[in-house]
Design a protein around this ligand. Structure first.
Ligand code: DAH
Length: 334
């Protein structure tokens, strides 16, 4: 056991001098040097570790315990010193850096709703106050609900591939939220007062048209619904959404699913009339498709172009601005 004693004594001596030495270490470079001196390739401990192979099993076991203990203790000392050095570095930095209280604070950008979403929410609010319920329907629509059930003839130009995004022979991206009319009439009992907001799609692209835009469809079914009810609701709606007295007019028009049909125009500040929605009394054929007796019930409907309202409300002349995601444009509505 001579070797065990020799190792023990020599490491003890080395450990005492290492303890002294580490107290004098003042920076990370010195600490690195210290580490390689005591634990590195040419250190005394490596020398003894290499010697272990020459010993018999029991000696080897006992000596390696001593060596590993030494290694562990030195490592602990190094780690503690490292933490101490780091702390003092931070402390120094803190003391040195000058905190300028007059600097402006850090600004956090806040997200907000898209202007079109804000308009939809406002419109929903107005109609919800009048007792309308809100329903949502699929954008990938069956042609029955988008065209056939709405009395739109097979040869109607809106069915052409130049106007509409066809998915397959039976499905399209809906071209109007009117497609929700029959879905709701089939599902719910009357009277009904409902609105259907959502995205619609058409093959159009210029400063007043985009391939995707938003509509809100409205539908009222009851026993004595007349055009007068429809007019009052729409005039009242325009006044509430634009928050100013604008001139409106109802112009006779044609839609296959309403009779009589009309379009509502608003006069802008230059005196021009702008079309903002279509409306009318629901056509008896549409009611028939849903087994509603049109001698007892009558219905009126309207379809509002959301972007048109937004453009008017915020004086935006190019509809494409809403969908280009230019943050400078969108920020104006926060
Ligand atoms: N769906 C029509 C369109 O997209 C708008 C419309 C017109 C809706 C008349 C209606 C209506 O409900 O009665 O142009």
């Amino acid at each position: 056991m001579k070797i065990k004693k020799e190792i023990y004594l020599s490491l003890k001596k080395i450990f005492t001098s290492a303890e002294r030495e580490i107290q004098e270490v003042n920076n990370i470079t010195e600490l690195n040097n210290f580490q390689s001196k005591y634990l590195g390739k040419n250190s005394i401990i490596s020398f003894y570790f290499n010697k272990l192979i020459q010993l018999n099993i029991s000696e080897r076991k006992e000596c390696s315990i001593i060596l590993n203990d030494f290694k562990k203790n030195i490592k602990n000392k190094i780690n503690n010193k490292k933490i101490k050095l780091q702390k003092s570095i931070w402390k120094n930095k803190k003391n040195k850096s000058f905190f300028d209280v007059s600097l402006p604070g850090r600004k956090f950008e806040r997200g907000s709703l898209h202007p079109i979403t804000m308009i939809i929410n406002k419109i929903k609010n107005i109609f919800n106050h009048l007792g309308f319920l809100t329903y949502y329907g699929p954008e990938l629509e069956n042609i029955y609900y988008n065209f056939d059930s709405l009395n739109i003839p097979k040869h109607h130009p809106s069915r052409s591939i130049n106007d509409t995004f066809w998915f397959n022979s039976n499905h399209i991206l809906r071209t109007q939220t009117s497609s929700m009319q029959v879905r709701i009439l089939e599902k719910y009992s009357y009277p009904i007062r409902a609105i259907f907001p959502g995205k619609v799609y058409r093959r159009d692209y210029d400063h007043t048209h985009t391939p995707m835009f938003h509509q809100i469809e409205g539908l009222i079914v009851d026993k004595a619904i007349s055009f007068a009810n429809l007019k009052w609701i729409l005039e009242n709606f325009i006044f509430q959404i634009l928050k100013k007295n604008v001139k409106v007019r109802f112009r006779s028009s044609y839609f296959p699913f309403t009779c009589p049909s009309a379009e509502m125009d608003i006069q802008d500040k230059n005196g021009n009339w702008l079309e903002i929605l279509g409306c009318g009394m629901v056509h008896p054929n549409v009611l028939k498709n849903c087994n509603i007796n049109h001698n007892i019930y009558s219905a009126c409907a309207f379809g509002i172009g959301i972007e048109r309202i937004a453009m008017l409300k915020y004086s935006v002349s190019d509809i494409r601005c809403f969908f280009e995601n230019d943050i400078r444009f969108l920020k104006q509505f926060v």
